[in-house]
Design a protein around this ligand. Structure first.
Ligand code: HAM
Length: 407
């Protein structure tokens, strides 16, 4: 027996029912907000993430599945969607607005624990080509709605603005000065980063207490970024979406500017882990070689974590389980089952070569709302229908039964 790799999961029934609900919900949400489907390569050039996500980030330094392919190219299993989607937009000669939704596995070599997997699944939304705050608001609203519609309780949004590169020039000097002052107390990782990438230090979990008194980007926004952030806030207020300002939230990836956010729920408590996160990434296009700027904002939601925070639904998995009295009625049953499925009902059956008792057992296990028995009555144009909820059993005209199953 060869077991699965550490940090990977087999997602099987019955747990997979919640995955199906979540992924369908995402698909439906994306369509309602005008986001088209994109399917992205799992393998990308390593350079894309080194430059896009940032050579100095935890993801690029410690977590990527990088190897040389048979042609001698350095390739990486994607650790996230955003860099690849912006690459695709630029490569297709993208101009103007493109709103897209993606869903699929990501790979990060992490220390596995609950909700922290080496292969995990994200659903992702990217709103490209729109510099205005309406894009930021829409993406945050959708992140909230996805969770609310999935039944996740107690959703909170943490929101911050980290400004633009121009705002950060003076702010970085301030932060650097502060960090130099407390350098003795910082971890080796943070000390190494404090000159080249001081913002990363603000995000450090181990140095949390030391950086608690550090200056924050929000207090050093330029006029334009401050106005952008104010507009995002009032848009969220108008949408009725509550949020907390999180002045030290900078996110773990280097491509962000202006708005950043993360979403939490008490139903997923593992070590302050977010159910989703995102933000604006106007610098990303140029980081990966676009000659034109590509304004954009997006979010990725972690499905493994969301599913852990979703309630189980009591609702039946099938509308009807069809049982057949006698192998001779197999063909009749098969074509009736086909008709019901074609009409959109969720139907399963086990076949007439098994005893009725064993078929009823299968019906019980199937989680169907009703069992329909094809027996002697069929010849008179009738079928026996039993409601699993009430145990009530009625013999009905076949067409009447079909209407009843559709109710
Ligand atoms: P991220 O914060 O790295 O952002 O990941 C987003 C979400 O993916 C997290 O909030 C979490 O739910 C989930 N996640 C991350 N790592 C793991 C893991 N090892 N195991 C399970 N779940 C995990 C991004 O990936 C950005 N691309 C988001 C974005 C889109 N920004 C703009 N557009």
């Amino acid at each position: 027996m060869i077991p699965r790799l550490k940090g990977t999961d087999d997602i099987l029934p019955p747990e997979s029912a919640r995955w199906r609900r979540l992924l369908r919900g995402f698909d439906d949400l994306a369509a309602r907000y005008g986001y088209d489907l994109v399917l992205m390569p799992v393998l990308e050039a390593t350079e894309l993430f080194a430059r896009g996500v940032g050579a100095d980030t935890e993801v690029v330094q410690k977590q990527m599945y990088t190897f040389e392919d048979r042609g001698g190219r350095s390739v990486t299993l994607r650790p996230e969607f955003t860099a690849g989607i912006v690459r695709a937009y630029v490569e297709a000669g993208g101009t103007g607005v493109m709103k897209v939704a993606a869903s699929g596995p990501q790979f990060r070599y992490e220390q596995p624990q609950k909700g922290r997997r080496r292969q995990f699944h994200q659903v992702d939304l990217e709103y490209l080509g729109e510099p205005g705050p309406r894009a930021d608001i829409e993406v945050i609203e959708m992140s909230h709605r996805l969770l609310a519609e999935a039944g996740v309780p107690g959703i909170t949004v943490h929101l911050n603005s980290i400004g633009d590169a121009s705002d950060r020039a003076t702010y970085r000097d301030l932060l650097r000065d502060f960090l130099h002052g407390v350098a003795n107390e910082l971890s080796p990782d943070s000390r190494r980063r404090m000159d080249d990438n001081p913002l990363r230090v603000l995000d450090s979990k181990v140095d949390k207490d030391v950086v608690a008194a550090a200056p924050v980007p929000l207090d050093h926004l330029g006029a334009e970024t401050a106005a952008h952030f104010a507009a995002v806030r009032s848009g969220l207020d108008a949408a009725g979406i509550g949020y907390e300002i999180a002045p030290r939230l900078v996110r773990g990836l280097d491509y962000y500017n202006r708005t950043v956010f993360e979403v939490f729920s008490p139903a997923f408590e593992a070590a302050q882990s977010s159910l989703g996160g995102g933000g604006r990434y106007d610098p990303l296009g140029e980081l990966i070689g676009s000659r034109l700027p590509v304004p954009g904002v997006g979010v990725a939601m972690g499905c493994d974590r969301i599913v852990a925070a979703m309630p189980d639904l009591e609702s039946p998995r099938l509308d009807v389980f069809v049982a057949v009295a006698g192998a001779a009625r197999e063909d009749v049953a098969s074509s009736w089952v086909r008709r019901l499925r074609a009409e959109g009902l969720r139907v399963d059956w086990a076949g007439g070569d098994r005893s009725l008792k064993s078929q009823f057992k299968a019906a019980d296990r199937s989680g169907a709302a009703a069992v329909a028995v094809i027996g002697d009555e069929w010849e008179r144009g009738e079928v026996r229908v039993k409601s699993m909820a009430t145990g009530e059993e009625v013999t009905m005209d076949i067409e009447e039964a079909v209407a009843w199953l559709h109710r």
